[in-house]
Design a protein around this ligand. Structure first.
Ligand code: TRP
Length: 305
């Protein structure tokens, strides 16, 4: 977890945000009035679910990368009910809390079977691709603004990995947050209630608990900045003073200068056409795009070519 403290700037990989507390803080973020994409996405899924599952052949396998609470995949599974065929759902998440919550949400649906994989995206993709039936289509869901947490080379590589786990005719439904006024973007990542700050700082709480570290929480501040050249919001934890932190179970001491940051996540923002170009370069063709102009959010359906 502390491996990337040797880099300049210091970093922590964002997958560590999602322990039990982190997952529930993120669920709370999704309810904040300033983080509008979660609700925008639910509206799009509710309105267009039939069209989204339309091109996928029966029997359908749904696979969600980072399932959160399972409510989104439930909307699509619900749309498949009228086809009167069994639906297999694979949930991939590194958070056991997210898997439990999703399994509970989906447990109410009779026509589905659910397999939870506590795994990274890459490992989960491989497992689900191995376990899927020989017939029927696989719809991979990569929702929210998860793609935005990869830098451009990594997102290309990851999309290629999804494509390699698929067969021609399979599909990918991709969520992406759009470029919008800076003030709106920053409010989404630095909310006035401080939930996002708590979510980010929980990384330090986690290192204190799991690695025996002695981070003083009051001497680090959450910060979100817009980087216009890279078109991304960057999340940082800034050390408010010079200090040295011991991390016994990683066997290191880390020095922080005053104002020095730990870069914890980036969230890239896209133009609608840019999404199509990015995903097409990985061997997909775009089938349809749905947008919520108020929140500035898009869902795009791609078919594996
Ligand atoms: N994937 C989410 C996003 O980029 C995660 C997120 C929301 C996040 N708020 C955050 C990550 C604050 C770190 C800090 O929108």
């Amino acid at each position: 977890m502390a491996r990337d403290f040797a880099l300049t700037p210091k970093q922590i990989q964002s997958k560590y945000l999602y322990d039990a507390l982190g997952s529930s803080l993120f669920e709370s973020i999704c309810r904040l009035p300033w983080y509008r994409i979660a609700r925008a996405e639910s509206r799009l899924l509710t309105r267009w679910a039939d069209e989204m599952v339309g091109p996928v052949e029966d029997p359908v396998t749904l696979l969600e990368l980072g399932c959160g609470s399972g409510e989104k995949v439930a909307l699509l599974a619900e749309a498949l009910r009228s086809r009167r065929r069994h639906v297999a759902i694979h949930l991939i998440d590194i958070s056991p809390t997210a898997l439990e919550l999703s399994e509970r949400t989906l447990g109410a649906l009779e026509h589905v079977s659910v397999v939870g994989h506590r795994a990274t995206y890459e490992e989960g993709l491989r497992r689900a691709a191995r376990e899927r039936p020989p017939l029927g289509g696989l719809l991979v869901l990569f929702l929210g603004s998860n793609i935005g947490n990869f830098d451009p080379p990594a997102s290309h590589e990851f999309l290629c990995e999804i494509r390699r786990a698929q067969r021609p005719g399979d599909a990918l439904l991709l969520g992406a947050d759009l470029v919008k006024p800076v003030k709106e973007l920053l409010l989404a990542y630095n909310d006035p209630l401080g939930i996002t700050a708590a979510f980010n700082k929980n990384l330090l709480v986690r290192m204190n608990r799991e690695l025996g570290a002695n981070f003083d929480l009051s001497s680090f501040e959450h910060s979100a900045i817009w980087n216009p050249d890279e078109r991304r919001v960057e999340m940082h934890l800034i050390s408010m003073r010079e200090q040295t932190v011991r991390i016994p179970r990683a066997d290191v001491s880390v020095r922080f200068g005053k104002g020095e940051s730990i870069w914890t996540e980036s969230s890239y923002k896209y133009e609608p056409r840019g999404i199509v170009e990015l995903v097409s370069a990985a061997g997909f063709r775009s089938h349809a795009q749905w947008m919520d102009p108020d929140a500035g959010f898009a869902l795009t359906l791609f078919l594996a070519g």
